[in-house]
Design a protein around this ligand. Structure first.
Ligand code: ADP
Length: 379
């Protein structure tokens, strides 16, 4: 096995032979071309580990040849060393600007040429090894991610059934003439089982959203979508004696979104607003612009400390302070919101003051942004 393959490009046969002798002695296989066009023709069929390129050649000089080698995706990473009679700094600088990695001047000193070739061939090999390693790691990570997603889906499905059974059993137990204390204990079991179902539902949603599945786009009325998403929240707010107001655009607009996902997104934001507010109220506004629409959810609640703000969209993050922790939560709600916003190529903005409340503004495009050639899934 040769140490590698070197393409020698020089219009002088004597120089080519001299270089071939030096390099063969070092264990390299040598390809020869007598001008730039000849070199490009060889590169069409074979990819050497390095090109030794004479600067002055008829028809196409070394600089132009190098520029073309660097402009081709197949050959752009192959190291090029220039050989020239000129020892002028200007020429050397120019050689590097067209993409050379090194420069040797004639008359050639065999040991210098060989040392430079060895260095660059070995650097190029290391670079390719690193790239191969990186590509293998990315493939590996994709597989691990896929396994994790499948695992979450499988476990979540398996947990749903027994939890359903637990809830039916507690329902039946209630009918058996329980003492107050027993009724209270059943209440705890039910609340916790519902909470576990909420975690499972969040995990399943997140598994779908992060599996790079395209949104299930459908054209829908923005007003209808918002009203559907807000069902029941007025009662929730009322039970905490909070004001709850909704303002929708006067004129309805058609939007192309994943209806279920966007409804979930609005629900999560409003649910948080009510959960983390104990006085005042929650206001939901939907606004339209020519290309986008926004959902603005404002509360007069706890607000979010500045140190916590960068983390609130992380999976399982919950602000570790008692005032927030006393509320039930999975720490997945905002991660789901963020995933839905990203899936729709939208943006999210949070303005917040501790003790005064928060405003979450989500802005989404009114029309689906599909990647080119993306296969449509219709609702
Ligand atoms: P959780 O299920 O805990 O509510 P989320 O992912 O929805 O999880 O939110 C993450 C954390 O961000 C919450 O635990 C809470 O600490 C904080 N948070 C979210 N929304 C608000 C809000 N409107 N006001 C104050 N804090 C909030």
């Amino acid at each position: 096995m040769p140490n590698g393959t070197i393409l020698v490009v020089d219009d002088m046969a004597r120089n080519r032979s001299l270089l071939e002798a030096m390099l063969s002695h070092e264990g390299y296989a040598v390809l020869q071309a007598e001008n730039g066009l000849g070199a490009l023709a060889i590169l069409e069929r074979e990819l050497p580990d390095l090109v030794l390129l004479d600067v002055q050649m008829p028809h196409m000089d070394g600089f132009e040849t190098c520029r073309r080698i660097k402009a081709d995706l197949r050959t752009c990473n192959i190291p090029v060393i220039f050989i020239s009679v000129s020892d002028e700094a200007r020429d050397k600088v120019y050689a590097f600007t067209v993409g050379a990695v090194d420069y040797v001047t004639k008359p050639l000193h065999p040991r210098e040429v060989v040392a430079r070739v060895n260095t660059h061939v070995s650097l190029y090999r290391q670079q390719r090894e690193l790239e191969a390693l990186r590509a293998a790691q990315i493939d590996h990570l994709k597989i691990v991610d896929e396994i994790k997603t499948r695992f979450i889906r499988a476990v979540s499905h398996d947990l749903k059934n027994p939890l359903g059974l637990i809830l039916s059993a507690t329902d039946m137990l209630r009918e058996t003439g329980l003492s107050d204390e027993q009724t209270q204990l059943i209440g705890i079991i039910e609340r916790k089982a519902h909470f576990m179902l909420a975690i499972i539902s969040d995990l399943l949603d997140l598994a779908h959203l992060t599996a790079e599945e395209a949104p299930n786009y459908a054209t829908t009325s923005l007003r209808a979508l918002a009203l559907e998403a807000l069902v029941g929240f007025d009662l929730q707010a009322e039970s905490k004696q909070l004001a709850f107001s909704v303002s929708l655009p006067q004129e309805d607009a058609l939007v192309e979104v994943d209806r279920h996902a966007v409804s979930r997104m609005i629900g999560n934001l409003v649910s948080n607003a009510i959960k983390y507010t104990s006085q005042g109220g929650v206001e939901v506004r939907v606004e339209t612009a020519p290309e986008t629409f926004s959902v603005i959810v404002r509360d007069s609640g706890l607000g979010i400390p500045p140190e916590a703000l960068p983390h609130i969209f992380d999976k399982f993050y919950r602000i570790p302070l008692p005032a927030y922790r006393q509320e039930d939560g999975t720490g997945l709600g905002l991660a789901i919101v963020k995933a839905i916003v990203d899936q729709h190529h939208g943006s999210i903005d949070v303005k917040t003051t501790v003790g005064a409340g928060s405003t979450f503004t989500v802005t989404l495009p009114r029309r689906a942004r599909r990647p080119i050639n993306h296969k449509e899934s219709s609702a």
